[in-house]
Design a protein around this ligand. Sequence first.
Ligand SMILES: *[C@@H]1O[C@H](CO)[C@@H](O)[C@H](O)[C@H]1NC(C)=O
Ligand SMILES: *[C@@H]1O[C@H](CO)[C@@H](O)[C@H](O)[C@H]1NC(C)=O
Ligand SMILES: *[C@@H]1O[C@H](CO)[C@@H](O)[C@H](O)[C@H]1NC(C)=O
Ligand SMILES: *[C@@H]1O[C@H](CO)[C@@H](O)[C@H](O)[C@H]1NC(C)=O
Ligand SMILES: *[C@@H]1O[C@H](CO)[C@@H](O)[C@H](O)[C@H]1NC(C)=O
Length: 582
Amino acid sequence: MPRSPCAAFACLAALAPSLSLAASLSLSPSPSRSGAQVSDNLDPSFAGFGIEPSNLFSFTGWNEPNEFSIQLLQNLADYSGAPPHIRVGGNTQDYMIYDADYEDFGWKKNPRSTAQGVIAADSMIIGPNYLAALDRFPKDTFITYGLNLAYKGEDYLDKIVNHSRAVVENLKNTRLYSFEIGNEPDLYLENGMRAAPWDGQTFTTQFMERADTVYQKVLKPKGMAPTFFEPPATASTIGTTFEIAMLNSDGILDRMNGEYYVGWWNQHDYFYFIGVTPTPITLNDLMDMDQTNTQFAYWEKQIKIALNTGVPYVLREMSSIGPIGMHKVSDTFGASLWTLNFFLYMATLNVSSVQMHMTDNSNASAWQPINVYGKDPFVRPQYYAHAAVAQIIGNGNGTTQIGALDVGGAGGDYKGRIRAYSAYANSALQAVILINSKQVNASESNKASFTFNVQMGASNANKKIYISYLTADGADSLTGTTWNGMTFSDEDGQASVVDESIYQYSLDGNGAFSINVRDSEAVVANLDWQLGSNKVIKVDGSTTSGSRRKNAAAPSVTGAGPAIWAAVLVSFLTLATSLGAF
Ligand SMILES: *[C@@H]1O[C@H](CO)[C@@H](O)[C@H](O)[C@H]1NC(C)=O
Ligand SMILES: *[C@@H]1O[C@H](CO)[C@@H](O)[C@H](O)[C@H]1NC(C)=O
Ligand SMILES: *[C@@H]1O[C@H](CO)[C@@H](O)[C@H](O)[C@H]1NC(C)=O
Ligand SMILES: *[C@@H]1O[C@H](CO)[C@@H](O)[C@H](O)[C@H]1NC(C)=O
Ligand SMILES: *[C@@H]1O[C@H](CO)[C@@H](O)[C@H](O)[C@H]1NC(C)=O
């Protein structure tokens, strides 16, 4: 949305005398990486998605590809350097049986289901076109594929071998990254998948037997690595025998037949789960970022324990509100700010990858892929946070590292509402990300703001800094979100620039700047160039075009598929249109 050029610094002088101290904060990120407490390099596919298996076709399309979903994924690949990591998993992975003879694009109810379970562990049949559909996602998309652990009929090993072999053989455009075996086994007693005795130890034994069988019969003959499996640790409850430390002492990280099978600790969480979390929730609660820290405190401990074992930790199922979101909370612009903060927070904890879970009917999914609730497909505000994170990551060509800045000084009305992060590229400070999540609704005519006074270091004196906004009319806005001046089409998922202004300013002689960030808004302040205007090095070594503006028409792209060319063209046309308007 167009904004007056005085939105940032120019207004500050006028406002400064009346600013109360509580509504401002001074930050001094270390200009060099040494001396800063920062994350590992962020993987370009870090900010990913989970897709519920029963809903896969809604996202991929049936006989015809769902080009809208595919484009939305491709945008993020172009921004970060690699497509978002996809986990195909959830409750329904534990209901699915692979049948090589079932040729529909879809799944069918198993007419001869015999297995146990409140919903039987063999109640759904899928076939090769399930995998063909999944393989429509952008080239080289990493896939974590959820296999069925619940099924325990006498042919259970044959079935998991057949299924995993089909996955290995049929994913050609995308890249199989790992197998998750079982979804949330800590809940198997409740959902009738197992009878007692069932605990972390029995799970470990059953997980290892399946991993070993899949490796020996499927992966090894194809020359693939054994360290390819993800054990799901406790998902929903504190104090189960499925905690990471317990699975570790049960021997899940030990060798079996000479091989280490566990490559990642896999955990799931939701900020809030309807029917499980005892207290009610409002948008204002979701936007109180201290509440996210409180909710996540237990998982922070699990992450530390996991990383101390030397095995990376991935959050393969996450969302603001489960199981399927909450209208006017998880589908608002406020939830987009929550998402941006959550990804950056996870980065600072060295979580390697985060998958925001999607179903076709969830009001917490980043987009609605098909017609549901009488509404055609559309992009939710949350997607714009994925776009922001993808551009922040791509901006460093694989060297982006995130640090948390101390926001303890933001008190009063702003307690829990202010977050600030540093982003490093090539070991030097590259950007700061400033979030003001104090709720202000779209209808409010007088919106307040919070002032960040940022000292970028004397080495950055007089440099240029460019501001990118994640914004909408208000926290409760369901539509109209923009990121970095861009909007994403509900028709075809393509980006277009709706605000051509370039918010370029100069740091002062000490390397400092100040900026007012409106309540319910976030900004990225990037040194030297407009975020997204540079080429991004792709993980396969080629480069993608800049994702917007200046270099958008650079034709020297190597190894880029048609989708990237299309993106280049659209950006170029948009640029041409905007120039014409002047
Ligand atoms: C994250 O990893 C980096 C690089 O290995 C390390 O310096 C930092 O201390 C880690 N942070 C946490 C919270 O583990
Ligand atoms: C596994 O696949 C083979 C070859 O298609 C088939 O003969 C066999 O019946 C399958 N096993 C099970 C348990 O589905
Ligand atoms: C999700 O949001 C739509 C509006 O987009 C609403 O009609 C529907 O009832 C909501 N669904 C749930 C389960 O809250
Ligand atoms: C990333 O690579 C591109 C293309 O080589 C370059 O223009 C850009 O400056 C690089 N970005 C960083 C942060 O190194
Ligand atoms: C925003 O609107 C919601 C209802 O739509 C209301 O409950 C809430 O109090 C409003 N918040 C503010 C800060 O105006």
